[in-house]
Design a protein around this ligand. Structure first.
Ligand SMILES: Cc1cc2nc3c(=O)[nH]c(=O)nc-3n(C[C@H](O)[C@H](O)[C@H](O)COP(=O)(O)O)c2cc1C
Length: 198
């Protein structure tokens, strides 16, 4: 393989790790770190569940609470996603722009596809990050430890939001005793890759 073919292979492998991360809860790439910049210009990083990676669309999808600070920090703003696969010795750093939607047909469909237990988190009475008088989940007492019915969960729907990340670059780092390797692939270059010093 010539170096360009190697780069094509690496990009395909990077996406396959992400696609698997979205589909397989046991994958180390299922829970990457998503970093935003807050209103003060400070970095804010948090773990999130990767729900789907779509190579053709160049997107990563996450679910979140529309009331959470990150929802505002991420919409139309720069975002960095960091995932590390220890078994493959691969780190991926994805740069992109966030797109947060709380209504519309695709969001309704994703809400309806989630399990009732997963949807229960969106029943919390307080916005994520609100100060509480003591330790508490924020869920109403009547639903603690229980699965809600479809009727009980309906009022939580406005709190559910989907975050799509439109990837603009993927940086790949492979660690190996035989020599580390690093490359970056940019959407602006038609996803062509460039080798970098590791
Ligand atoms: C394993 C794990 C998975 C998580 N998945 C999500 C998720 O999918 N969506 C989400 O909004 N928060 C998720 N969280 C919680 C976030 O890391 C974070 O604490 C919370 O969303 C508040 O973030 P914010 O204040 O930056 O908005 C997860 C945390 C852990 C530890």
């Amino acid at each position: 393989m010539n170096p360009d073919e190697v780069l094509l292979d690496i990009l395909a492998h990077a996406w396959s790790l992400l696609v698997r991360g979205g589909a397989d809860r046991k994958s180390p790439m299922h829970t990457p770190v998503v970093a935003s910049v807050d209103a003060e210009g400070l970095p804010q990083a948090r773990t999130m569940v990767l729900r789907k990676a779509d190579r053709a669309a160049g997107t990563l999808r996450f679910h979140t609470d529309a009331r959470s600070p990150k929802a505002a920090q991420l919409h139309g703003r720069p975002v960095s996603v960091l995932a590390y696969h220890a078994g493959e010795n691969v780190q991926l750093r994805i740069s992109g722009t966030g797109r947060v939607a709380a209504d519309g047909e695709p969001v309704d469909a994703l809400w309806n596809q989630s399990t009732l237990f997963a949807r229960r988190c969106y029943l919390t009475q307080f916005a994520p990050g609100a100060v509480l008088p003591g330790p508490a989940s924020g869920l109403p007492d009547w639903i603690e430890g229980q699965q809600p019915t479809a009727e009980q969960i309906a009022p939580a729907r406005p709190n559910f939001a989907v975050l799509w990340i439109d990837a603009t670059a993927i940086e790949w780092l492979h660690l190996a005793n035989t020599g580390h390797r690093r490359a970056v692939f940019r959407a602006a270059d038609g996803w062509a890759g460039t080798w970098l010093a590791p």
